[in-house]
Design a protein around this ligand. Structure first.
Ligand SMILES: [Fe+2]
Length: 310
C-alpha cells in the first residue's frame, strides 16, 4: 500500500516538474529544493554585486533568449592546437589521463584537464568578451564549478548527447566550450535551439530529457506539429569559445571525419570574482568533475548524481 502511494506521488511529482509552468520557471525537472536553493543563491550574489558595483553597466544577457553565443579568438590559436596535439599523444600511448569507456566509440575524456593540459586554459575567462558575457548572464560574479575535456570521434551509432535533448542542470548556471580543433558541419559543431523554440517543442510533447525519449532528428516532429525547425550552430576555430545554456535543446554532432576537441567549463553564481574563488578551491578544480552540488554555496553539499552531459 505504502509502495503504491510512493509510486503515485512520484508520478505526480514527475508530471508537475514536466509542466510548462515548472519548465518556464526553472527550465529543468530537478527537485524544487535544488531549484529554490540556486534561485535564492543567484539572487543573493546579484544583490551583492549590485551593492558593490551597481547594475547599470550590465546590459541584458542574449544567452537568456538565444541559448548560445560564440566568441572568436579568445584563446591563442597555437596554444589550442598544441593542447589538441597533446591529447593525440595521450591517446596514442594510452595514458592513464585518458578515459575511453569501452561501450562508447564516440568520445574520450581527458581526466583533470587543468593538470593534464595546464592552467593556461583559464585564460579563456580573462578574454574581456567572455568575462562580460558571463557577468551579464549571472548579473554578477560567477565561479568555475569544474573543468572537463573530451575528444569526439566520427561514429556510426549516435546515442545520448548526440540526440536532441536538454540537460537538467540547475537554473542560473551555464557552460562554455573552448574549442581546441575546428568545429563545423564537417567536424562536429553542436547544434542549439532558442528558448522560444525549446518551449514550443516541449508544449508539443517533445522533452528529450531521458535517454530513451530522445530523437536523432526533429524535422519530422516539427512538420507533424507545425513547428519551425531552425537549429543553429557556430563554425569555430581553435581558440574560439561557445557559451551556452545547456537546459535549452541542443545536440552534439559527430564529426564526419577527423575529431573534435573541447575543454568544457561549468559555471555557478558567486559572491566573489572567479579568480578569488579559484585561488581558494584550486585543488578541487584541478581534480576535475562533471556534476553539480545540490546546494550552490561552496562546500555546503554533496554532489548530485547528474552525469556529465555535453
Ligand atoms: Fe547536453
Amino acid at each position: 500500500m505504502l509502495g503504491m502511494l510512493h509510486t503515485s506521488a512520484d508520478a505526480l511529482l514527475k508530471r508537475v516538474r514536466r509542466s510548462s509552468f515548472y519548465y518556464k520557471r526553472f527550465n529543468n525537472t530537478l527537485a524544487f529544493g535544488i531549484n529554490n536553493a540556486y534561485t535564492r543563491y543567484a539572487r543573493e550574489c546579484t544583490a551583492r554585486y549590485a551593492a558593490e558595483h551597481g547594475t547599470t553597466k550590465l546590459p541584458p544577457s542574449l544567452l537568456r533568449e538565444n541559448g548560445a553565443a560564440y566568441f572568436p579568438r579568445v584563446f591563442p590559436t597555437d596554444k589550442a592546437r598544441a593542447y589538441s596535439e597533446k591529447i593525440t599523444r595521450l591517446l596514442e600511448c594510452n595514458d592513464s589521463a585518458v578515459d575511453r569507456p569501452k561501450e562508447s566509440d564516440l568520445s574520450a575524456r581527458i581526466r583533470a584537464p587543468l593538470r593534464t593540459l595546464g592552467t593556461d586554459v583559464l585564460d579563456t575567462l580573462r578574454a574581456p568578451a567572455v568575462h562580460d558575457a558571463l557577468l551579464r548572464f549571472f548579473r554578477g560574479h560567477y565561479r568555475i564549478e569544474w573543468v572537463t575535456c573530451f575528444r569526439t570521434f566520427p561514429a556510426e551509432r549516435v546515442v545520448g548527447s548526440w540526440l536532441w535533448h536538454s540537460d537538467s542542470f540547475p537554473p542560473h548556471t551555464c557552460k562554455l566550450f573552448l574549442h581546441l580543433t575546428p568545429a563545423n558541419v564537417e567536424t562536429g559543431a553542436t547544434e542549439f535551439m532558442s528558448l522560444t523554440d525549446t518551449m514550443a517543442y516541449r508544449r508539443a510533447g517533445y522533452f528529450g530529457q531521458f535517454k530513451d525519449e530522445r530523437f536523432a532528428s526533429l524535422e519530422e516532429f516539427a512538420q507533424a506539429h507545425h513547428l519551425p525547425y531552425r537549429p543553429f550552430h557556430f563554425d569555430a576555430e581553435p581558440g574560439d569559445a561557445t557559451l551556452f545554456d545547456m537546459n535549452f535543446f541542443h545536440r552534439a554532432v559527430r564529426p564526419a571525419h577527423a575529431f573534435r576537441d573541447v575543454v568544457q567549463f561549468y559555471f555557478l553564481p558567486s559572491p566573489i570574482p572567479w579568480e578569488e574563488h579559484y585561488a581558494r578551491d584550486a585543488d578541487r578544480l584541478v581534480a576535475g568533475g562533471g556534476s553539480f552540488p545540490k546546494d550552490p554555496r561552496p562546500g555546503m553539499s554533496t554532489t548530485s548524481s547528474q552525469s556529465m552531459m555535453m
